[in-house]
Design a protein around this ligand. Structure first.
Ligand code: FAD
Length: 396
């Protein structure tokens, strides 16, 4: 009969995989997507919602086309467990889904234990991450709007690897851009656990010096150990406490619970390792893992663009394996991350990653990719085009 593939998570990886599994099998595979949210909300472009240049509706896309155009069965539920031997996925509702192959793209979970003060009742409603786009994005925008002129917004960044390396620095630019036009006496304080800016460092530092001098204050080697939400205080391993009006804390991260609890986070108990030819888990047969949940290959970012590429390699690999063919022996992955330094001007970094059969990993292709020379409105247009295209590629 028809093969059954179940996909967990309708984000960049899972939505793309669902659609391409249906398309590339010419409808022969039965594909079920499990996702608790009613619609897809994009993290890319969500920093513009914090700036006020975009609304949350502008970064929200329906799942309807996956069902109507592509015949994906979209189930509004959460996966809570996997029986790897019997090949059955358990859902929060109590239902179960049998699979021949399972695709997991659950994104990241936060390591809240690292910040015990945020376990206090109400603390996590006050101190937001907005690192999963949706209600927290809207709530953080409201906090920024409510902050008096002359206030301080503090953004903490965990040690890499974390979701979207340039994302925090883009966010700092866009909050500073909002302050410069709406409350010019206010400050943006970046408290980074890393030694230095982890992505596009020279381009971001130029933007801060040229555009946000006196607004953005960047402080590296600030390793956050706790947060007191009641007094608005950040505590660090080696530095003095810092108080701010709006705290935006990005906790350290690992792969989503569904992968972690099934024992698939074999790298540092945080990230999942896969065979890059098919994205099949190194820890479980017939389970393919995509996106931010992965232990990345050298110089590969945790990005939506990358998750989209993982999804296509997995879809092609699964269709091949389920029709008794060999998967592509030399997949190539590419990535472009655009970052807004103002509401209209953008910089990018891009890379191409090719499978190395000897090392069994992906290596960047020498001479490929690169960085912007300067921020420009032309790149701003490309960035919005990129977003519209990738949303359509995954969901239209
Ligand atoms: P997600 O897209 O997060 O999808 C995971 C999905 O799984 C979610 O919908 C979740 O509800 C669902 N899920 C989780 N657990 C379960 C479960 N148990 N059962 C069912 N469903 C479940 N990337 C770029 O390429 N370009 C950018 O410009 C960019 N900008 C960014 C800006 C910000 C502010 C942030 C935070 C991120 C940005 N990213 C960007 C990164 C990008 O958002 C992520 O890399 C991407 O979302 C990863 O895709 P994913 O499929 O792994 O996870």
């Amino acid at each position: 009969g028809r093969g059954k593939v179940v996909v967990v998570g309708g984000g960049f990886g899972g939505a793309t995989a669902s659609k391409y599994l249906r398309m590339w099998s010419d409808g022969a595979l039965d594909v079920t997507l499990v996702e608790p949210n009613a619609a897809f909300v994009s993290c890319p472009i969500s920093n513009l919602v914090l700036e006020g240049a975009k609304q949350i509706a502008d970064v929200t896309v329906s799942y309807d086309n996956l069902a109507k155009r592509h015949g994906v069965k979209v189930v509004k539920d959460s996966a809570v467990g996997i029986d790897l031997d019997k090949r059955v996925l358990k859902l929060a509702s109590g239902d179960t889904l049998a699979y021949d192959r399972l695709v997991l793209s659950p994104g990241v979970e936060f390591l809240w234990d690292a910040l015990p003060g945020l376990a206090k009742p109400g603390a996590r409603d006050k101190v937001l991450h907005a690192w999963k786009a949706g209600p927290q994005t809207v709530a953080l925008r409201q906090q920024l709007e409510a902050m008096p002129d002359g206030g301080v917004y503090a953004l903490t960044i965990p040690l890499a690897p974390y979701r979207c390396p340039p994302g925090p620095y883009e966010r700092a630019c866009l909050v500073a851009h909002y302050f410069s036009r709406a409350k010019p006496k206010s400050k943006v304080l970046i408290l980074d656990a890393n030694e230095d800016v982890t992505s596009k460092a020279a381009l971001f530092k130029k933007a801060w010096a040229d555009r946000y001098n006196g607004i953005i204050d960047y402080r590296p080697r600030h390793s956050l150990t706790d947060v007191d939400a009641a007094t608005g205080t950040l505590k660090f391993e080696f530095n003095d406490d810092i108080k701010a009006d709006v705290l935006n804390v990005l906790p350290p991260q690992r792969a989503g619970d569904i992968a972690h609890n099934a024992g698939l986070t074999t790298a540092n108990k945080r990230w999942c390792e896969v065979d890059w030819l098919t994205m099949e888990s190194k820890a479980a047969k017939n389970v393919h893992i995509l996106g931010d949940a992965l232990q990345v290959a050298p110089l590969m970012p945790k990005s939506g663009h990358m998750a989209n590429q993982h999804a296509k390699v997995a879809a092609a690999g699964i269709v091949a394996l389920m029709s008794g063919r060999e998967p592509n022996p030399l997949p190539i992955y590419n990535n472009t991350c655009y970052s807004f330094v103002s509401a209209t001007e953008v910089v990018h970094v891009s890379s191409v990653h090719r499978y190395d059969a000897e090392k069994k990993t992906l290596l960047t292709v020498p001479g490929s990719g690169g960085l912007s020379d300067v921020a420009s409105p032309l790149e701003g247009a490309y960035a919005l085009g990129w977003a519209n295209n990738i949303w359509a590629d995954a969901l239209a």
